[in-house]
Design a protein around this ligand. Structure first.
Ligand code: PBG
Length: 328
């Protein structure tokens, strides 16, 4: 007796209990890293291009840390909006042990010491030209001189209590130099999450508004961030950062680069994180505002996609909303 169809794939999808039973990927609040913007002011500053996201003063940051704890979000990523008067050609404010970033790290550790703090290592929130490093007369971002400053910046952050330093600048060789310096200074348990495959992307616009670097940025970042055309190059970047001592690697942006996440995970079997960046968040919010999609569904589907592609976790501005949807 022959049956048609041979196998009914829909059988397992027919009831909710069965769909739950067959789910291959799980998403929990523990998969989330919540990026937060810090401001010198005391209140809450909404960011026009990131509707629903604000910059927070130190008290607000402490409140967000408590909120993360309640929601089961394990880690917060910090980005400072450095006051204009403190930005300079060489970004010296990055090395000030009492800068906004260091004060925010301490505020979080005071409010919720069990929350991990991830800090961005790059000079763009501190430079008057908006680049991630030092520029020469031609405007070229100088690699080795920048790396030296990044080492000092990472040490300042580690001394303030950062748990994970995350170099996002794409200079060559900086992971190894930062690792060595952290070891020398006794920060043996401070992790490095390398922005290993970071693309020169059109999706960073709202972030640059949030940290106040958009109007300052001269030119683009194509001489250090990756070409969206490339994936073999991403594997070489990841291999180098791992050789230099990265504990985990990041792919950024997120959704347009799921193929990269999958290839990196398959090739290296190391913890891989995705950054669902500001432009991706804004795109979802714009779709919702236009009535083209439903927020909860879009948020959960995109986050699940990162897990399915092989991510250990995701940096997402939707983190608190997603954690609430997960029933936290
Ligand atoms: C810069 C940095 C950027 C982001 C994180 N760190 C922007 C850039 O490279 O210009 C973008 C994150 C986002 O868009 O959400 N070091």
């Amino acid at each position: 007796m022959s049956h048609y169809p041979v196998l009914r794939m829909r059988r397992a999808r027919a009831a909710g209990w069965s769909r739950r039973l067959h789910a291959e990927t799980v998403l929990t609040p523990a998969d989330l890293i919540w990026p937060l913007f810090v401001t010198d002011g005391d209140g809450e500053e909404p960011i026009a291009t990131l509707p629903g996201v604000s910059r927070w003063g130190l008290r607000g940051i402490a409140d967000r840390a408590r909120e993360a704890r309640e929601l089961g979000i394990p880690c917060i990523a910090l980005f400072p909006n450095t006051p204009a008067g403190l930005r300079s050609e060489r970004g010296e404010e990055a090395l000030n042990p009492d800068n906004l970033m260091c004060r925010a790290i301490k505020a979080i550790k005071d409010a919720a010491p069990e929350i991990g703090v991830l800090t961005d290592v790059a000079l763009d929130p501190y430079t008057s030209h908006g680049h991630d490093g030092l520029i020469d007369e031609a405007g070229y971002v100088m690699n080795d001189d920048t790396a030296e400053l990044l080492v000092a910046q990472a040490l300042v952050q580690a001394a303030a209590g950062a748990d994970i330093v995350a170099p996002s600048d794409m200079m060559d060789g900086r992971v190894g130099r930062i690792r060595e310096a952290l070891e020398d200074e006794g920060h043996v348990n401070v992790q490095i999450m390398a922005y290993a495959a970071k693309y020169a992307s059109g999706f960073y616009g709202p972030f640059r508004d949030a940290v106040g670097s958009r109007g300052l940025l001269q030119g683009d970042k194509k001489t250090y961030q990756m070409d969206p055309a490339n994936s073999e190059e991403a594997l070489r970047e990841v291999a180098l950062d791992l050789d230099e001592g990265a504990d985990s690697v990041m792919v950024k942006p997120g959704l347009p680069y799921l193929d990269i996440i999958c290839r990196v995970k398959t090739a290296f079997q190391v913890p891989v994180f995705a950054y669902q960046v500001s432009g991706e968040y804004a795109m979802i919010e714009a779709a919702v505002a236009a009535g083209a999609g439903e927020r909860d569904a879009l948020v959960m589907e995109t986050l699940m996609a990162f897990k399915r592609a092989g991510c250990s976790g995701v940096l997402s501005y939707h983190a608190p909303h997603a954690a609430r949807l997960m029933g936290a």
